[in-house]
Design a protein around this ligand. Structure first.
Ligand code: OSB
Ligand code: MG
Length: 368
C-alpha cells in the first residue's frame, strides 16, 4: 500500500449546544480531516486535537505541522504492507499521538477499501450494536442539568456522565441522586483537582457512582493510586493513558480500575488493540471515549467499541446531539434500547464519507 496523496482539510463545525468542561467551553470545533489516497482508493481520518492545548498538549496547528513536516513525507516514501506497520514508521516521533492517529486511521480505512473489508472486520470487533452513554457538560444551573438528564433517560441512554469542577461537584451529584437514586451515573473532572482535594472524592464516594473519570492531573499516576486507596468508587483514567505502557503502569499500581480508551489519544487503532489485548488478558473493563467527533472519527470509535473488552457504555451518542451535519451517510441513530448499530453499509468506516460536504465546511485545505 503506497500512499499517493495526503490531504488535510481544516473544517469548522458548530456544535448544536456549547459543551463546557473544567478546562473550558467549546462552541465550534475546528477539526482536521485527513484524506489519503492510493491508486484511486481513499481513506479518511479525523484529528481530535482542539484549537488550544487544553485537553492535551496537542493542537490543530501542532498536528498540521507534525503531519506535513514529518509523517506525510515519510509515508509517501514507504510501501506499507499493513496499517499496523505505520507505528514503526513514526516511532522516531515522540508523543504527538493525535497527529499520528488521524493518519493511521485513514490508512486502516484505505486498507479496508482496497481489501473490501470494514475496519470492524479488520480489527476483530464482535458486536453488532454498542451501548451508548451521554456526556453532559457543566450547565448554568442544576435544574437545567437535571432536566437534560431526564431527557437523556427518556431517549434510553444507558448511562449518564456529568462533568465536574471545583464548585460544581458534590452538591450537584447529591441533587441528581435525590431525583434519580438508581441510574448509572458517573463524573468526569478532566484533571480539575489535586490530591489535596481528596475530601471531595471521599464525599462523592457515598453516591454510588459507576466511576470517577480523571480526577487529578494527567501525570499524577501515583496520586491517583493514593486516592484510589481511600475511596471505593473506581477511578477511570482518560488523559493519563497515552499508550499501552501507561495502561500497564496505571493498572499495576491500582491508579485506574477502568480505562476510557480514545483511540486518538493513544496514537491510533494499533495501540488501541494493544490496550485491548492487555485488558482481555486480565478481564479488565474498557469503554470508548469521545472528543465531539464528526461521523468520521465516530464511525471508527464505534468499530473500536465493538471489541469484546469494551464492556461498559461508551461516550458515543447519537449524531443528532453534536452537529447539524455529520459528514457521513448514514448518520448514527439511537435504538430504543440505548444502543447504536455498528455501520456496515460499505468497506472501511461502514458509512460513506461526503467529500463535497467536507469541502463545503473547509476553511483551508493542504496537500502535504
Ligand atoms: O473528557 O471525555 C472527555 C469531550 C471533549 C474533550 C474531552 C472529553 C469530552 C467528552 C465528550 O466527554 C464525549 C463525547 O464526544 O460525547
Ligand atoms: Mg474524560
Amino acid at each position: 500500500m503506497k500512499v499517493d496523496t495526503v490531504e488535510l482539510y481544516h473544517v469548522k463545525m458548530e456544535l448544536r449546544n456549547p459543551f463546557r468542561t473544567s478546562f473550558g467551553e467549546t462552541k465550534n470545533r475546528e477539526i482536521l480531516i485527513t484524506r489519503v489516497t492510493s491508486k484511486g482508493f481513499e481513506g479518511y481520518g479525523e484529528c481530535v486535537a482542539e484549537k488550544g492545548p487544553w485537553y492535551s498538549s496537542e493542537t490543530v496547528d501542532s498536528c498540521q505541522a507534525i503531519i506535513s513536516n514529518f509523517i506525510a513525507p515519510w509515508l509517501k516514501e514507504t510501501d506499507l504492507e499493513h496499517p499496523s506497520d505505520f507505528q514503526q514508521l513514526v516511532q522516531q516521533i515522540k508523543g504527538n499521538q493525535m497527529a499520528k492517529a488521524c493518519i493511521e486511521d485513514a490508512l486502516w480505512v484505505l486498507y479496508g477499501q482496497i481489501h473490501n473489508k470494514s475496519v470492524q472486520e479488520l480489527i476483530g470487533g464482535v458486536k453488532e450494536t454498542i451501548p451508548s452513554g451521554i456526556s453532559l457538560g457543566i450547565q448554568q444551573s442544576v435544574d437545567i442539568l437535571i432536566d437534560k438528564i431526564g431527557k437523556a433517560l427518556e431517549r434510553k441512554y444507558q448511562r449518564i456522565k456529568i462533568k465536574i469542577e471545583p464548585g460544581w461537584d458534590v452538591d450537584i451529584v447529591k441533587a441528581i441522586r435525590d431525583v434519580y437514586p438508581k441510574i448509572l451515573l458517573m463524573v468526569d473532572a478532566n484533571s480539575a483537582y489535586r490530591y489535596k482535594d481528596k475530601d471531595i472524592f471521599i464525599s462523592l464516594d457515598r453516591y454510588n457512582l459507576m466511576m470517577i473519570e480523571q480526577p487529578l492531573q494527567y501525570y499524577d499516576i501515583l496520586d491517583h493510586a493514593k486516592l484510589q486507596k481511600e475511596i471505593s468508587t473506581p477511578i477511570c483514567l482518560d488523559e493519563s493513558i497515552k499508550s499501552v505502557d501507561d495502561a500497564r503502569v496505571a493498572i499495576e499500581v491500582d491508579a485506574s480500575r477502568i480505562i476510557n480508551v480514545k483511540p486518538a489519544r493513544v496514537g491510533g487503532i494499533t495501540e488501541t488493540l494493544k490496550i485491548h489485548e492487555l485488558a482481555r488478558s486480565i478481564n479488565y473493563p474498557l469503554w470508548c471515549g469521545g472528543m465531539l467527533e464528526t461521523g468520521i472519527g465516530r464511525a471508527k470509535n464505534i468499530a473500536v467499541a465493538s471489541l469484546s473488552s469494551f464492556s461498559l457504555p461508551n461516550d458515543i451518542s447519537e449524531s443528532e446531539r453534536y452537529y447539524t451535519n455529520y459528514l457521513v451517510d448514514p448518520i448514527f441513530e439511537l435504538n430504543s434500547d440505548g444502543t447504536i448499530n455498528v455501520p456496515n453499509k460499505c468497506p472501511g468506516l461502514g458509512v460513506e464519507v461526503n467529500l463535497k460536504t467536507i469541502e463545503k465546511y473547509a476553511t483551508k485545505k493542504f496537500e502535504c
